[in-house]
Ligand binder design. Structure first.
Ligand code: TYD
Length: 140
């Protein structure tokens, strides 16, 4: 979505069930998010100081959760940036398509869970920042 802005990113509180044996958080297709989920992937074993992301998606919508540890999600609509610090397995950020994102400052052992509206498709990625800016002003 070319018109999306950083203000279209939503903080979502997920259900949290605390028991004496530990916590449980579940997410439900459609009930919890504005789109249906088709794919899940997770980032782990991220070396200290390493960044991830550094791309935008033309159509894919995503939900990002720090299921373990913490990291910063920096979203960018070509005009403004916003940083979300994710540090709880019961908090999520729902992202529309059409935003540049970076993932930085991963704590040791952190795991980033990503819930996606569609299957993996390399053609949906914009991996060059200038191409992203061109996409946002309808030049690409
Ligand atoms: P990429 O999305 O660029 O990683 P990140 O944004 O987390 O740094 O993906 C890294 C590599 O993994 C790239 O070669 C594509 C591949 N990949 C898949 O094959 N399937 C997937 O679902 C994802 C997310 C990535």
């Amino acid at each position: 979505m070319r018109e999306s802005t950083i203000f279209d990113c939503l903080n979502i509180d997920l259900k949290q069930i605390q028991t004496l044996r530990g916590g449980i958080t579940s997410v439900e297709n459609i009930n919890d998010f504005l789109f249906a989920l088709k794919r899940v992937y997770y980032l782990y074993d991220i070396p200290g100081g390493e960044d991830r992301g550094g791309h935008a998606h033309k159509d894919l919508k995503q939900v990002i959760i720090a299921v373990s540890g913490s990291f910063d999600l920096i979203v960018d609509d070509g005009k403004a940036k916003k940083t979300f610090t994710l540090n709880s397995p019961s908090k999520a950020v729902q992202m529309p398509s059409g935003l540049w994102r970076e993932l930085k400052n991963f704590s040791s052992g952190s795991v980033c869970l990503v819930l996606c509206s569609d299957m993996y498709n390399e053609n949906d990625y914009i991996r060059n920042y200038q191409d992203f800016l061109n996409f946002k002003i309808n030049k690409q």
